[in-house]
Design a protein around this ligand. Structure first.
Ligand code: AMP
Ligand code: TRP
Length: 327
């Protein structure tokens, strides 16, 4: 039994890429492993957030986790800001990480470019808080999408360095990225990953899109002029749609290719929209039901956070001793 840990930011909507790349593998891991899963609200504020919206997004993310199958009786489900040891360890790690290591982070470079003069120090430091998230809980495996690989590698580097300098303290974690589905691409531009911060809503399928909206988005998704439904990496548009279809309809690529021999993209897209509807509508009903019971959601997060605090504090006591501040 390994220790798995993953987290998602409560920043607006969650999309199909988040589900396929991070949520589904986490739900899967609950069966045979120990899982910790939390809402990283202190990561979300690395770009400005409106307080009312942030509060609602924390509840939405929790409802989505639960609706997707995270079981709070099996999994430690909690809210990052309720466990102050995360920010404490982030500070200590800040005093071991090099500026140049953070300057290399491609997500920072991309986000900083987009924000121009408005880049906050927190955005630069974001991967260190993420390393603290991971290292506090002796995590073995971090299921994430491809875009987070570099951040998990930084957490590994910081763990190895700390262990070398202060004695064996942290487990060195490894990222687990799905070979298929670790990087779901944008529907309007299959050369870029599906992202909530994309310029156009046609880029992504939100887990909360209604039937009509998702049908329109799928029908207008970018493909190519070849007209043959196939998983073929030289044709990223159709390959992305086949990937999504195979995951939501639980069909193999070979089966999908066979089913559409002699048919065009139109038929395929219609069926994909239908498969997505069948997949998302029951999920949305569950999410709505959870959101109608806000008190229940808060209770679940609070109970998980109490347990997480106890566990994190045990680790911090060791860490404080190792670096010499515990008298
Ligand atoms: P974020 O939306 O950046 O908070 O990401 C939450 C989780 O979803 C992380 O594990 C990401 O790596 C994963 N993720 C985000 N976008 C995608 C995508 N387009 N394809 C696969 N996984 C993704
Ligand atoms: N940075 C991750 C993202 O944007 C979210 C995250 C924060 C995370 N802490 C984590 C993911 C720890 C895995 C483990 O997707």
């Amino acid at each position: 039994m390994s220790k798995f840990l993953t987290a998602i930011q409560p920043s607006g909507l969650l999309h199909l890429g988040n589900y396929i790349g991070a949520i589904e593998p986490a739900v899967e891991s609950q069966q045979e492993n120990e899982l910790r899963m939390f809402v990283v609200d202190y990561h979300a504020i690395t770009v400005p957030q409106k307080p009312d919206e942030l509060r609602q997004n924390i509840l939405n993310a929790t409802a989505i986790y639960l609706a997707c199958g995270i079981d709070p009786n099996k999994t430690l489900l909690f809210q990052q800001s309720q466990v102050p040891q995360h920010t404490e360890l982030a500070w200590l790690l800040n005093c071991t990480v090099r500026m140049s290591e953070l300057e290399r982070m491609t997500q920072y470079k991309d986000k900083a470019k987009a924000r121009g003069e408005n880049v906050l120090v927190g955005l630069f430091d974001y991967p260190v808080l993420m390393a603290a998230d991971i290292l506090l809980y002796d995590t073995d495996v971090v299921p994430v999408g491809e875009d987070q690989k570099q951040h998990v590698e930084l957490a590994r580097d910081l763990a190895i360095r700390f262990n070398r300098d202060f004695g064996e303290t942290f487990v060195v974690p490894e990222p687990r990225i799905k070979k298929v589905g670790g990087r779901i691409m944008g529907l309007d531009d299959p050369m870029k990953k599906m992202s909530k911060s994309a310029g156009s809503a046609k880029n992504y399928i939100s887990l909360l899109d209604d039937e009509e909206t998702l049908r329109k988005k799928i029908m207008s998704a970018s493909t190519d002029s070849e007209g043959k439904v196939a998983f073929d990496e030289s044709r990223p548009g159709i390959t992305n749609l086949v990937t999504i279809f195979s995951i939501v309809a639980k069909k193999s690529f070979e089966q999908i290719e066979l089913d559409y021999v002699g048919k065009g993209y139109g038929d395929f897209k219609k069926d994909l929209a239908e498969a997505l509807t069948l997949f998302l509508m029951p999920l949305q009903t569950k999410i709505k039901t959870y959101l109608e019971h806000e008190d229940e959601l808060i209770k679940i997060l609070n109970a998980g956070s109490i347990r997480a605090r106890e566990e994190a504090e045990r680790k911090m006591e060791i860490v404080r001793k190792r670096i010499g501040v515990k008298l």
